[in-house]
Design a protein around this ligand. Structure first.
Ligand SMILES: Cc1cc2nc3c(=O)[nH]c(=O)nc-3n(C[C@H](O)[C@H](O)[C@H](O)COP(=O)(O)OP(=O)(O)OC[C@H]3O[C@@H](n4cnc5c(N)ncnc54)[C@H](O)[C@@H]3O)c2cc1C
Length: 571
């Protein structure tokens, strides 16, 4: 693979030019994707400014030396616990340290983005699918393994051009086929032909890794290494402090004691946690916060840092078999392949609320739908943010009634029980600068469980696991629940238990610079321009107005591919 050779210029501070066409803040997943695409045209120059350094080859998931050290505020509704805010701090950003689980959401989930964007929005499934195809290169699975395990796929949903790879693991475990067979016949569970078809249910999925070597495939290997273009430059170990303006026009950025100008645009790709910080430090954000921090207000944009969402999960529900099941007679394969996702072919169940809780989904949806939208948002939050939440409430309560919007993700490990994830939390958090030390890490508050619907949904996810483990195909194995166990039977006992168990982050932060109308608390427009100023865009995970039922990196690549086309079209 040619990209193991490093060609593209890594500049040092002395050799940064005074001016580029585009200055991209953050050399992470979205930043490098867009940097690569914009410099395919040799007429345009790009400087990417990255806070972290360069990782070595094949960085391990969650390498602490490649990550920020940030902890959340204590979570009141989760018994006051605090949580690690995981984000990559290196070239490649979070794609350098993530778990490599490579998934996309369902059609309905992306269609909600268009609905929240306004009439004529192209940020729907149909408008994003070409960018999933452009952005991701699928490598077909080993055919023998595919046959034995029912690993199906459809090349219609994938491309063959990108240097970002989606690869089926070469390893196999009969235990997964055992659970596959049990899930397949569970009431309401569909089996789409491809994990990327925009449908949910039970499917085998890929990991972001290189073909053959199975090392990490990420923004650095796909969009930086081996690209020989003098118009594509990257400076590392450089933190952007703020955006520079001439009137309302963004003209460049300041990093440390240095500045650099952008002839065409400043493009923010610092991720969901730091892009709002850079905006707030530049005077774009909620005016009350900025005044508290002593920052002159350039644009009162209350949505900056609001609307913060992440997936949440319970790490483990423990079972042991009463009667040990016989495993199916399919080929297994040995170890020896490194990297997340390489350990076994990856299998998951992705299910809508009507499948999870046929008896209660309607009650939960109507309770959510009829809430006063301001009731569970931070008190005193701007009315535009409340209006945006009201719009989301309408869309998400409909989503609760659809089996095609994924609320539960259960990654199948081959062991009984396991983790359950809620992929559509209703609570909304905030990421704000610390008014007494704005340049320090921002204050991250998930506000997890602040909307009680999230506790209800998590209780139903636990009850679903119980139903799956003890009825239908699996009933004959007489599985015994060790945790939560017999102490937590009633819904209210389960609610107490989940408050002590929920982790509010699967490291998929989104929503803090949402693409929504300004009067709904949005921060960027349909063409990704920040409201109230010119020549300033955001292209990272923060623009997602609502979560999708999937890990986020593949969606970030698709967003970035689309963003690159949008930006090029305005040249
Ligand atoms: C531990 C972990 C596990 C994950 N697991 C998975 C998974 O299995 N599957 C999956 O699909 N997704 C996973 N994700 C999520 C996914 O990787 C992210 O959603 C996605 O990569 C975010 O892309 P981004 O471009 O928005 O931000 P990032 O890729 O995080 O890029 C932002 C970049 O901006 C830089 N930056 C920040 N502030 C500044 C500044 N002021 N100046 C200059 N540079 C700055 C950062 O250092 C970083 O490099 C995981 C994430 C983490 C952290």
């Amino acid at each position: 693979y040619p990209h193991s050779v490093h060609y593209t210029t890594l500049v040092d501070r002395q050799s940064v030019a005074d001016e580029y066409d585009y200055v991209i803040v953050g050399g992470g997943t979205a930043g490098l994707t867009v940097g690569d695409r914009l410099t395919e045209d040799s007429d345009y120059t790009v400087l990417v400014i990255e806070n972290g350094g360069e990782p070595g080859e094949n960085p391990a998931a969650m390498s602490s030396n490649l990550m920020y050290d940030i902890n959340s505020e204590p979570q009141q509704e989760l018994n006051g616990r605090t949580f690690q805010v995981g984000i990559g701090n290196c070239v490649g950003g979070s794609s350098a340290v993530n778990g490599q689980v490579f998934l996309r959401g369902t059609k309905e989930e992306y269609d909600i983005w268009a609905e929240l964007g306004g009439e004529g929005s192209t940020w729907n499934w149909e408008g994003l699918l070409p960018y999933f195809i452009k952005g991701i290169h699928l490598i077909e699975p080993d055919q023998q393994l595919a046959q034995a395990y029912n690993i199906t796929y459809d090349l219609e949903y994938w491309g063959q051009e990108s240097n970002i790879y989606a690869v089926f693991s070469p390893q196999a475990q009969p235990e997964l086929k055992f659970f596959y067979d049990a899930y397949k016949v569970f009431p309401g569970v569909d089996v789409p032909v491809d994990s990327g078809s925009g449908e949910n249910g039970l499917y085998w999925y890929t990991a972001s890794m290189e073909p053959q070597s199975y090392i990490r495939s990420y923004a650095k290997t796909g969009h930086w290494d081996g690209i020989n273009r003098s118009n594509y430059q990257l400076i590392t170990n450089s933190k952007v402090n703020k955006i520079l303006f001439d009137g309302d026009v963004a003209t460049g950025v300041q990093f440390g004691s240095q500045t650099v100008s952008a002839r065409k645009e400043v493009i923010l790709a610092a991720g969901s946690v730091h892009t709002p910080q850079v905006l707030q430090l530049s005077g774009i954000g909620p005016s009350s916060l900025l005044s508290q921090a002593g920052i002159e207000v350039k644009v009162d944009l209350p949505g900056v840092g609001a609307n913060f969402q992440d997936h949440s999960y319970i790490p483990s529900i423990y079972y042991q078999w009463g009667n040990q099941p016989q495993m199916p007679n399919v080929p297994g394969s040995g170890g020896g392949v490194g990297g997340a996702g390489a350990g076994h072919p990856m299998l998951g169940a992705f299910l809508g609320l009507p499948v999870i809780t046929p008896d209660r989904f309607e009650e939960i949806a109507s309770a959510f739908e009829t809430q006063d939208p301001a009731q569970y948002l931070p008190s005193g939050i701007d009315s535009a943010v409340v209006e945006g939440y009201a719009q989301q409430q309408a869309a998400l309560s409909r989503a609760m009634r659809s089996k095609d919007v994924t609320f539960l993700e259960q990654m199948v490990t081959g062991q009984p029980g396991g983790s359950v994830q809620n992929l559509h939390p209703s609570s909304r958090g905030t990421i704000y600068i610390n008014p007494s030390n704005p340049e320090a890490e921002p204050i991250v508050d998930y506000r997890a469980g602040s909307n009680p619907v999230d506790i209800d949904v998590m209780v139903e996810l636990v009850k679903f696991m119980r139903r799956f483990m003890t009825t239908g195909e699996l009933a004959q194995y007489n599985a015994q629940e060790l945790m939560p166990g017999s102490q937590a039977q009633s819904d209210s006992q389960l609610a107490d238990w989940v408050r002590g168990q929920i982790n509010p982050s699967v490291f998929h932060p989104i929503g803090t610079t949402a693409k929504m109308p300004r009067e709904w608390g949005g921060v960027v427009s349909e063409d990704l321009f920040v409201y109230g100023v010119e020549n300033l865009s955001v292209i990272d995970a923060g623009i997602m107005p609502t979560t999708v039922g999937a890990t986020t990196s593949m969606t970030v690549y698709a967003i970035a591919e689309k963003a690159a086309d949008i930006i090029k079209a305005r040249q």
